[in-house]
Ligand binder design. Structure first.
Ligand SMILES: Cc1cc2nc3c(=O)[nH]c(=O)nc-3n(C[C@H](O)[C@H](O)[C@H](O)COP(=O)(O)O)c2cc1C
Length: 260
């Protein structure tokens, strides 16, 4: 087993990029992807165990906490977590801390890809995508330095009641948006979206993607579509798409990525 394990949920690459940047600094790290049930759940034996995931609808993404339930960690291991969001961490870190008490946690801001709600590339404070990326990379270095020296966060992660309410309403919104996914004539049936979908919610029929309603809003299909053929209703048609510039769709589909 590697010295460090980072469990990572990432829809559009920001969190995987963060996990990889932290891993590069730490060395000898397995990044275990959590888009679907993680291939490794027994992290006993790892010296440091980390979690990197985004804020979705005021909390952790659908399935993240469910998968985290099964993860086994040594009591003596150093446990850390990083939540990325457009503006606020939400309740995800709090919920994770309830299940796996964290020694260290950080909330980091990066570009928002929640394109039906806001204009493209919203972030608070607003900034160009390249600058946001540079800042995230800088923060990854600082987080890795903290983790290396075993820094401890004194405060518990926050639990804002507004985020709790938002997160309660989230499944209903997700369901509503799922019904609005559409595929345009630009689709060439390459099948990348079908392979990328964590729920197996996309199939290729007669050379064209067909999207069902079992969607968790990772937005991987839409943001990584090479043809820009997927939208969530007409509001997203004209909007530029975003995914992390360093992360490919193929990497998001990996189960375990070793960084040595
Ligand atoms: C479906 C969805 C919901 C989101 N909800 C929130 C939110 O409630 N608050 C927030 O600050 N950012 C929110 N974001 C922004 C993401 O947390 C942010 O873009 C993050 O960097 C995405 O990480 P990823 O690229 O690894 O998926 C949301 C993004 C998506 C796609």
């Amino acid at each position: 087993m590697s010295e460090n394990i980072i469990f990572c949920w990432s829809g559009t690459g920001n969190c995987l990029d963060m996990a990889k940047n932290i891993a590069r600094e730490l060395g000898d790290t397995d990044i275990v992807m959590m888009r679907t049930a993680p291939e490794i759940t027994d992290a006993r034996g790892a010296k440091r165990v980390g979690f990197v995931f985004p804020c979705h609808g005021g909390g952790a993404p659908v399935d993240f906490l469910k998968y985290a339930e099964d993860i086994r960690v040594d009591a003596m291991a150093y446990k850390f977590a990083v939540s990325q969001s457009a503006s606020y961490a939400g309740t995800g870190l709090y919920e994770l801390n309830q299940r796996i008490p964290l020694d260290y946690w950080k909330s980091v801001h990066h570009q928002c890809t929640c394109i039906w709600l806001f204009p493209h590339q919203v972030m608070v404070p607003p900034m160009p995508a390249k600058l946001a990326q540079r800042l995230a990379e800088k923060q990854a270095k600082a987080i890795a330095a903290d983790v290396r020296k075993g820094a401890r966060t004194q405060k518990r992660p926050p639990r804002n009641p507004v985020n709790v309410a938002e997160n309660k309403a989230w499944p209903m919104l997700v369901k509503k948006h799922a019904e609005r996914f559409a595929v345009s004539d630009a689709c060439i049936g390459c099948g990348q979206c079908a392979k990328l979908c964590p729920r197996g919610n996309i199939r290729i029929e007669h050379g064209r993607a067909v999207i069902g309603t079992d969607c968790i809003q990772c937005l991987g299909c839409l943001q990584y579509c090479p043809q820009g053929a997927i939208s969530v209703g007409s509001v997203t048609d004209k909007r530029e798409h975003y995914h992390n510039p360093n992360i490919t769709a193929a990497e998001l589909m990996e189960k375990v990525i070793h960084i040595g």
